[in-house]
Design a protein around this ligand. Structure first.
Ligand code: PLP
Length: 397
């Protein structure tokens, strides 16, 4: 058969991914997301999703999405700046701002688009962006695209962060012209692949001391931490000191999209300058409505009960699975095994037993830190959790 030179070239590239055990393939699922997944006619217990509260398939969110489709249609028509901005987005943003205790909020089509749009709107050539070593790919990509000078501090290492801020502020002071010269620190609050927490109080102190701006990505904390489930910043009492509060609507909130919460000026600037907002069709009405319903649910009595159930599951796993890396309490439970092939074979063994646990490999995590990453959900039953702890304990012995 004739193989075009293009396909031959692409085939070589794929082989270069496959050879070190880094090839990824889509696995078709024939059921909704939830604690059980149907794959190839078989049912698997699911410990792979970031749907921490089980809202992705919750009746209240589904109903809100259906009502929104009936009232506002399936599509949004164009960018919100072009064809008008549907009321549903405003309702969601007003609720988000109240939830996070900020003046205003802006939503984007995804968390990824949020990072890209916000970071590039805020810093550029002449500025310095300071990243934790383990921040999400969306923030790394945003930093590269921004044109700002990128500096990376060792994961959660405050001394390293301070050294960079010192270097950077000395450099800015020596720059004669005052165009730019801003410093932006970006970190996550709960880290996506390790489940550990950033020392936000100390980072806030440093940012104040050196006059830097601070963006915190609460993708894995919104809905789960703090008295009102606003995030880790609420739990640590530093929300008001964070200039740009970022997150996704696609994890604990159960829908899809991303957001930035902050001052009115910030939001007005993003509406004008965040290119992933300006030059992209608005999300579908159903997703905004589902996110609003998810946010409302998180703030209700039921939201507190779901939180309680999730944290009970986390406590059970932390006491019964030895070899868990995380010292922090989070719903992300990584077991770091080292090589990609070890992670793949452990995941395959669990899959054989009917448990869907992903092997996380490079480039999502550093080479030789491949891991099983279990995520728990309030939608799991106690029996689901004991099936996991039993299988995993047997496997890791
Ligand atoms: C998932 C994630 C994002 C991206 O959000 P999406 O809504 O999935 O695009 C950004 N930051 C972190 C830390 C994440 O885990």
């Amino acid at each position: 058969m004739f193989v075009s030179s293009l396909d031959a070239e692409l085939g070589r590239r794929l082989e270069a991914i496959r050879q070190p055990n880094l090839l990824r393939e889509l696995r078709r699922v024939d059921s909704p997301q939830g604690p059980h997944l149907t794959i190839g006619g078989k049912t698997y217990l699911n410990f792979s999703s970031n749907d921490y509260l089980g809202l992705a398939n919750h009746p209240a969110l589904k109903e809100a999405a259906i009502v929104a489709v009936k009232a506002f249609g399936a599509g949004a028509g164009a960018s919100r700046l072009v064809c008008g901005s549907l009321a549903l987005f405003h309702e969601l943003e007003e609720m988000l701002a109240i939830f996070k205790g900020t003046e205003a909020a802006l939503t984007f089509s995804t968390g990824y688009a949020t990072a890209l749009g916000a970071v590039t709107a805020l810093v550029g050539k002449g500025d310095v962006i300071v990243l934790d070593k383990l921040v999400h790919a969306s923030i790394v990509d945003a930093a590269k695209l921004s044109g700002a000078k990128i500096r990376v501090f060792a994961h959660n290492d405050l001394n390293d962060l301070e050294d960079i801020l010192k270097w950077s502020s000395a450099r800015t002071a020596s720059t004669a012209e005052s165009t730019g010269g801003h410093m932006l620190i970006v970190t996550e609050s709960i880290f996506s692949m390790d489940g550990d927490a950033a020392p936000l109080r100390e980072i806030v102190e440093l940012k104040n001391q050196y006059g830097a701006w601070l963006m915190v990505d609460e993708a894995h904390a919104t809905g789960l931490y703090g008295k009102h489930h606003r995030g880790l910043a609420e739990e640590l009492g530093v929300s008001e000191q964070i200039d740009f509060q970022m997150g996704t609507l696609g994890k604990a909130i159960g829908a899809s999209g991303g957001y930035i919460c902050g001052s009115r000026e910030l939001i007005d600037l993003l509406v004008n300058r965040a290119r992933s907002f300006v030059f992209s069709t608005a999300p579908v009405p159903a997703s905004a409505a589902a996110a609003t319903a998810g946010l409302a649910l998180i703030q209700s009595k039921e939201g507190s009960l779901l939180n309680q159930r999730l944290w009970e599951h986390v406590a059970t796993c932390q006491s019964e699975i030895s070899g868990l890396k995380s010292k922090t309490t989070s719903a992300i439970l990584p077991v770091i095994v080292g090589t990609e092939s070890k992670a793949l074979s452990l995941a395959a063994e669990l899959y054989e037993l009917g448990l869907f646990v992903p092997a996380i490999r490079y480039p999502t995590v550093a080479r030789n830190t491949a891991r099983l990453r279990m995520t728990l959900s309030a939608a799991h039953s106690a029996a689901d959790i004991s099936e996991l702890t039993r299988a995993l304990s047997a496997l890791l012995e």
